[in-house]
Ligand binder design. Structure first.
Ligand code: 13P
Ligand code: SF4
Length: 319
């Protein structure tokens, strides 16, 4: 406890000294979420992390999250130093979408608008027409459909299928998945619903279709937070990374939140839904990178102008 308090105080001092600001995702450790907010940064979803990083005047950004979040910040602000607690913090969606194979897939469908999820490498973004996050994917695909466009979607197949069901757009899919959300199980969720019949079910759309079908609200991390605050219910079952529980519980002290079951947690483990890469972010690493300047994100400068186009389009669409 004393060590944590000392590290937090050190980070606060370093952020001031280095004219730096910290941006954290809802899935990282509660200490990193609180610290970001207490020091003038934000804890947010991937869309707002990108916008905040672009708009904040600080010359150094500390991004607590996974690699694509740091890369997006660097693409939007190449002149800034973007530090990450651990450069190996990746994402199964990014790993499962290598640019050579993705480019070949795009080449097979030259008549389609290429829409990629934020959870991808800079090189994949540079091949895209549009970037989306789960906060804005529905609206962007609906607008493309209304403009008569057919869609090539990558990489999350569950999110893509959800968007297709909702919009009726003509879509072809890359076969990727999030290793955390892919594990939520509909049968176990139904059993948990029977135990808590009054509970509302909140689901991130990276989850399988049978789980999404049981939801009272479906959406990004920020949409889940909004639904929990606004829905007139005292209990909720939440199908997303359990890092989300920190904000859900602190902002809704009178409400009760249960983790939705995954394959492993129904019988034995009660907290299996946690991204191993988000978990790599720690206080000691934040202090170290601020002190030493280590772990600065680099993006190939030749890629930046092209990778920036789909991100700018998304940010303008959602402004
Ligand atoms: P959000 O955009 O909803 O924050 O999701 C990012 C992510 O990595 C979900 O697993
Ligand atoms: Fe990627 Fe899933 Fe981790 Fe989000 S929770 S960073 S989608 S592996």
């Amino acid at each position: 406890q004393a060590e944590r308090a000392e590290l937090k105080a050190r980070i606060c001092r370093l952020l001031k000294e280095k004219n730096a600001v910290m941006v954290s995702h809802y899935y990282v450790h509660p200490d990193l979420q609180d610290l970001a907010e207490e020091t003038g940064g934000i804890v947010s979803d991937s869309l707002e992390m990108a916008r905040f990083g672009r708009d904040h005047p600080a010359q150094t950004l500390v991004v607590s999250g996974v690699r694509f979040m740091g890369e997006t910040a660097k693409i939007l602000s190449p002149e800034k130093t973007v530090l990450m607690p651990d450069l190996d913090a990746t994402c199964s969606l990014d790993l499962g979408c290598p640019v050579e194979e993705f480019s070949a897939f795009c080449d097979q469908h030259p008549d389609r608008a290429v829409v990629v999820y934020a959870n991808t490498s800079a090189a994949v973004k540079a091949r895209a027409d549009w970037l989306v996050t789960s906060s804005c994917a529905l609206e962007i695909v609906a607008a493309l459909k209304a403009a008569g466009q057919k869609i090539l979607w990558a990489p999350d197949r569950h999110l893509g299928a959800y968007i297709q069901r909702e919009t009726g757009a003509d879509m072809v899919f890359w076969n990727g998945a999030c290793i955390v959300h892919d594990e939520f199980k509909a049968l176990e969720l139904e059993l948990l619903k029977q135990e808590h019949p009054q509970a509302k079910v909140l689901v991130h759309p990276e989850s399988p279709a049978e789980v999404v079908a049981l939801a009272d609200a479906v959406g990004s991390t920020s949409a889940i937070l909004k639904a929990a605050r606004e829905m007139d219910a005292a209990e909720f079952i939440v199908a997303t990374d359990n890092g989300m529980m920190h904000k859900l519980r602190t902002l809704n002290p009178g409400k009760t939140f249960y983790e939705a079951p995954t394959a492993g947690n129904s019988a034995t483990c009660k907290s299996c839904a946690h991204c191993p890469w988000m978990a790599m972010n720690g206080l000691a690493d934040v202090a170290r990178v601020l002190e030493t300047g280590a772990n600065a994100i680099q993006v190939d400068t030749a890629l930046i102008p092209r990778a920036r186009q789909p991100i700018d389009r998304m940010l303008a669409f959602t402004a």
